[in-house]
Design a protein around this ligand. Structure first.
Ligand code: AMP
Ligand code: ZN
Length: 138
């Protein structure tokens, strides 16, 4: 088994845990955006969220929110958070085992989204309606 997060979960690789229960674990990111950057990870190996059962998916976010509150309390200079899941390689996923990033943020920390060349054009209400039809008509 080659998955680093599976190795962490079964104790075959090191990590600093913040939470463990039957469905998910949480540990500190090895390369944090800011101190306290944590990852909430389902115990079962799933590459993407599509295959997670509903209870595990919802629990992942519940534990993420609980942890966020704790991290907020621990670091007075943290003013905001990003919750991020990179769901697939083309979305920036590097570790192919589902993980929810809980990223503590502070003003001016330099972290942010990078927009591509297609970003910045306002899409008309009719084009948005056509997009919604594509999504909903199936
Ligand atoms: P992503 O690009 O969303 O797949 O993020 C993977 C995250 O896992 C990155 O933020 C890495 O720093 C983190 N990471 C990779 N290996 C480890 C590890 N052994 N322990 C803790 N975090 C890790
Ligand atoms: Zn895994």
């Amino acid at each position: 088994m080659d998955c680093i997060f599976c190795k962490i979960i079964i104790g075959k690789a090191e990590a600093v845990f913040l939470h463990e229960d039957d469905l998910v674990v949480a540990f500190l990111d090895i390369m944090p955006v800011n101190e306290g950057h944590a990852l909430v990870v389902p115990r079962e190996h799933h590459e993407r969220v599509e295959t997670l059962d509903e209870a595990t998916y919802l629990h992942l976010f519940k534990i993420g929110r609980d942890l966020m509150r704790q991290i907020q309390t621990a670091f007075a200079d943290v003013t905001a958070f990003n919750f991020i899941i990179a769901n697939g390689k083309d979305a920036g996923q590097e570790v192919p085992h589902v993980h929810l990033h809980i990223i503590p943020r502070k003003l001016g920390d330099g972290f942010g989204y990078k927009f591509g060349p297609n970003y910045g054009k306002i899409v008309s209400i009719d084009e948005r309606k056509a997009t919604a039809k594509k999504i909903l008509d199936r």
